[in-house]
Design a protein around this ligand. Structure first.
Ligand code: AMP
Length: 145
């Protein structure tokens, strides 16, 4: 299965984003409202400035307390964002997430941001894939194919 197949089945099709000038508090409100774990940070068009995850917010609260909620998003976001393409495989993106220790990956084709996939999306897709492989193998062994 490819990343584009994951994108086509996603409930939230649109890209949820904040700007670098938004407050951490308003970004947290958006994460809660949309029931997601990270938002893309971008000020104009498709250019991505960073990613802000719930983990960034919790880490900063642990470090400095709730005062960080009035900081701007730019203070807490990760700017060195890793992305995948729509033709990457589920195994490849799972490896990227494991190696990078993050649970969200923007999907970019030719510099255009197409969406964001989460580890939950990837695991669900991988389970489907493995189930299909198992059923095909069982059919093969049983002589149904
Ligand atoms: P996550 O596990 O995705 O909630 O994020 C863990 C940490 O990795 C946070 O500091 C995020 O800002 C950062 N992060 C999340 N996604 C990415 C990504 N695609 N590329 C680089 N850093 C990321």
């Amino acid at each position: 299965m490819l990343v584009r197949d994951i994108l086509s089945t996603k409930q939230i099709g649109k890209i949820i984003s904040v700007t670098t000038f938004d407050t951490v508090s308003s970004a947290a409100e958006l994460l809660s409202e949309m029931r997601i774990g990270a938002v893309i940070v971008r000020d104009k068009g498709n250019e991505m400035d960073g990613i802000l995850s719930e983990r960034d917010i919790v880490r900063e609260i642990g470090r400095r307390g709730v005062g960080c909620m009035s900081d701007s998003v730019s203070a807490l976001m990760t700017t060195n964002v890793k992305s995948c393409t729509s033709t990457d495989t589920t195994q490849a993106v799972m490896q990227m997430m494991t190696d990078g220790r993050f649970r969200h990956l923007p999907v970019m084709d030719d510099g255009k941001l197409l969406g964001v996939i989460s580890i939950g999306d990837v695991v669900a897709a991988r389970i489907k894939e493995v189930q299909f492989e198992n059923e095909s193998m069982a059919d093969l062994i049983a002589g149904n194919i």
